[in-house]
Design a protein around this ligand. Structure first.
Ligand SMILES: [Zn+2]
Length: 235
């Protein structure tokens, strides 16, 4: 489904180029790839600020590292469900909707690192991240499947940001066959590269189009314009 949407996103990106002065935050597609590496639910590394015990599918860890270096994120929940081998349970119980991407380890809930309550200054970086991942309401850029923030009930500045990664359809509490990610170098995870289109050459190990938007943000919160008919949200 995501593939089908891409041409539309591309057109939207081209259109936004024409109006670059009016739209400072680039909506250009983020270069992404599908990883078919074997998934595994693993603890979130210390380099990514998070709540004790939080876990995710290892295939999104490089992306989380990249985000943690650029945005003041603090992960409050990742994988939610039982762990194999009688290792107990990870994540928040009863916090997520049915078929949430949290049940596949491919979603995180994020708050502002150093936030002191409410939508304070600490959240500016989280708002930048949300707008980077979803420049227009309900039009997340790949690899993100669903972005929950301002305009989405139970999400937003001062509450939390939800990010899901696009993935193969998978039942709850199973690992998806593939996950869409943005390529990040020096993470040691892509040990078995698959034939895939090469992303645009990039300086300094950063995929083009991945630079976070800069500058102060306007006050125009995204309005909730939920378009029906989409698959279940991943929150
Ligand atoms: Zn969530």
């Amino acid at each position: 489904m995501q593939r089908v949407l891409r041409p539309t996103l591309l057109l939207a990106a081209l259109a936004s180029l024409c109006c670059a002065l009016a739209a400072p935050a680039s909506a250009a597609p983020i270069p992404t790839r599908l990883t078919h590496e074997t998934g595994e639910i693993v603890p979130i590394p210390a380099a990514i600020p998070h709540e004790e015990g939080d876990m995710v599918d290892r295939r999104i860890v490089p992306n989380l590292r990249w985000l943690a270096k650029r945005f003041p994120i603090y992960v409050t929940d990742g994988y939610s469900g039982r762990l194999p081998g009688g290792r107990g349970h990870a994540g928040c119980r009863g916090c997520h909707v049915k078929n949430s991407d949290h049940y596949n380890g491919l979603a995180v809930d994020i708050v502002a690192l150093g936030g002191r309550g409410g939508c304070d200054r600490a959240w500016r970086g989280i708002t930048r991240l949300a707008r980077w991942a979803e420049p227009r309401q309900d039009r997340p850029r790949g690899p993100f499947r669903w972005v929950g923030y301002d305009g989405d009930a139970g999400h937003g500045c001062g509450h939390h940001l939800h990010l899901s990664w696009e993935h193969a359809i998978a039942p709850m509490f199973t690992l998806a066959e593939w996950v869409e990610v943005f390529p990040v170098r020096r993470q040691g995870i892509a040990t078995k590269p698959k034939p895939k289109p090469k992303p645009t050459p990039t300086p300094a190990g950063e995929p083009s189009g991945l630079r976070p938007p800069k500058g102060p943000q306007g006050g125009a919160g995204a309005e909730a314009t939920q378009s029906g008919g989409l698959s279940a949200r991943g929150d």
